[in-house]
Design a protein around this ligand. Structure first.
Ligand code: NAG
Ligand code: NAG
Length: 441
């Protein structure tokens, strides 16, 4: 999804240039210069041995840490809300000065209210989202662009009844990565393509992946009844739909965000990681798992939130833009946030985001809203060059959109049609595809 990136409009083009020239030509270059190759080989041998030594140390440490986590998990007093502390204990114990957690007594996470009354099932059954007519009396409301009237009048309605739920999705407690995909009822072929590619429910090297699609209800003026029947039928076949009873409009995307966070807190907090993205992106599942592996090794799980980060954006004031925000609604720079096309976060962080989100007014742009939640936790999302959710789209005709090595070396690329996704997936998955190893500039 495109927003404003006044500080970086062309980075992905540059990224592409570096990659594109590197991939086909670099190998050739190295093989012609044998002497350079020899030097390079001996250097990499030294480097590899250093890595091995380092690795042994890490394995040693992680065994110790596993034992620590095990002990905490065995403690029956600790409900799902303690997962946050389990992670923190891990950090402290690795520093060798473990002490019992005290609320508000830490530097790496700000003071948060604990969700100590997490219900065990979805507890919203009726929704009477009538408009907040008091807002109409305000001066600023009268000045406000009418496109935002609906949003402002219904801003107080946050949680909605579920039309389709799968409370047992994570019952076995063994979900390593939950793929959560924003979709709308009509985009059936996109969901189909995701199920057959990066969203396939499977275990890779013993790591279980599950997938869920997040949907609202059909918008007014559409063939509501039939669309609803279709989606219910689709869910009987695949069992991977979560649907809430709010209209699936652009400004309601933030509802998808907060209702999912609440759902996750209730039904799935045992899952270790969440990838959240659009239904029209390419995800390199293997690379994503590898990134998770690195972050786990580096013990960077507690505050893990990685994606295509924008740091100095300001609200767009161009009325023509899809992302236009009137001054009356928001008149400050945005906090750093991650493009909603695809990002990775840990379960611990998702649970804390849920808690702080409840104290924030809804914002019509969902990824900016998450940025605001992160800011409340005093966290900055991590920028990762493998997530390409901005910028590429503009150059639809550029050859990189068809260059398989480009996709093989990245984690998320937007924006593909279902056919393009299927085609690219089969090429990238093909073991015979040989690419130069990607080195981030
Ligand atoms: C919904 O709310 C309105 C205004 O608060 C009230 O008049 C109406 O009776 C409510 N409807 C239901 C079904 O609760
Ligand atoms: C969001 O959904 C609610 C419930 O269906 C609806 O009342 C409201 O108008 C929607 N808001 C926007 C901005 O579309």
């Amino acid at each position: 999804m495109m927003r404003c990136f006044n500080n970086r409009g062309t980075y992905s083009i540059a990224g592409f240039l570096i990659h594109y020239t590197f991939c086909p030509i670099a190998m050739d270059f190295f093989f012609r210069r044998k002497r350079a190759l020899k030097t390079l080989l001996s250097l990499s041998l030294v480097f590899a041995s250093l890595l091995m030594i380092q690795k042994f140390k890490l394995v040693d440490n992680s065994i110790k840490d596993d034992m620590e986590v095990k002990r905490l998990e065995d403690a029956g007093w600790c409900g799902p809300e303690c997962d946050f502390y389990k992670g923190k204990d891990l950090l402290k114990s690795s520093l060798g000065n473990y002490s019992p957690p005290v609320l508000g007594d830490d530097l790496d996470a700000p003071r948060v209210k604990m969700s100590n009354d997490t219900p065990s099932t979805w507890d919203v059954h009726v929704m009477n989202c009538s408009e907040d007519s008091a807002v109409r009396k305000n001066d600023w409301f009268r000045r406000l662009d009418p496109r935002f009237h609906q949003f402002v009048l219904h801003r107080h309605c946050r949680y909605f009844p579920m039309l389709i739920n799968h409370p047992d999705k994570c019952r076995n407690g063994d979900v390593h990565l939950l793929m959560v995909v924003k979709s709308v009822i009509e985009q059936h072929d996109r969901r189909e393509a995701v199920r057959n590619t990066w969203g396939r429910e499977q275990a890779i090297d013993g790591k279980r992946i599950k997938t869920l699609f997040l949907l609202g209800s059909p918008t007014n003026g559409k063939d509501t009844k039939n669309l609803q029947k279709l989606i219910e039928y689709e869910d009987i076949i695949y069992g991977d739909i979560l649907q809430w009873d709010f209209m699936d409009t652009f400004f309601n995307l933030t509802l998808k965000e907060v209702n999912f966070l609440k759902w996750f807190d209730i039904h799935c907090s045992s899952a270790k990681f969440i990838f959240k993205g659009d239904d029209d992106v390419f995800v390199n599942t293997k690379n994503l798992l590898e990134l998770i592996g690195f972050k786990t090794e580096d013990r960077k799980v507690l505050n893990l939130f990685v994606g295509d980060t924008i740091s100095k954006a300001i609200p767009i004031r161009n009325h023509q833009s899809k992302y236009y925000i009137p001054k009356e609604l928001f008149d400050k720079p945005y906090p750093p946030y991650v493009g909603g096309g695809g990002f990775l976060m840990s379960s611990q962080l998702a649970q804390r985001l849920f808690v702080v989100s409840e104290d924030l007014e809804l914002y019509p742009i969902d990824d900016v809203f998450l940025g605001m939640c992160l800011q409340k936790l005093h966290l900055t999302p991590e920028m990762h060059i493998g997530f390409r959710t901005f910028g590429i789209m503009k150059r639809r005709v550029s050859p990189m959109n068809r260059e398989p090595c480009f996709f093989k070396n990245l984690i998320v690329v937007h924006k593909l049609s279902p056919q393009e996704l299927l085609r690219m997936w089969s090429v990238v998955e093909n073991k015979e595809l040989v690419c130069a190893k990607y080195t981030a500039p």
